[in-house]
Ligand binder design. Sequence first.
Ligand code: ZN
Length: 78
Amino acid sequence: MKFNYCCPKCQNSEIAIIEGGAFKGNIYNTLSFGLSTVYLTRYVCTNCGYTENYVDDPKDLQKIKEKDIRPGNTSEFV
Ligand SMILES: [Zn+2]
């Protein structure tokens, strides 16, 4: 949906893009990871209302990785 601007549910190609971030007036368009806030860009199908959210800032994706990655065989901290 983000890449082809086509709704996966109804194949409508009119997709509204709602950017997140307080500076854009969409302060609710966020995820919270501990102390940090991640802004989402929302893609809304203007026909059926289907919505997808994307984290568009690579720095924010990195935050999520750091928070969410499961420790594997990291025995250094034992
Ligand atoms: Zn749709």
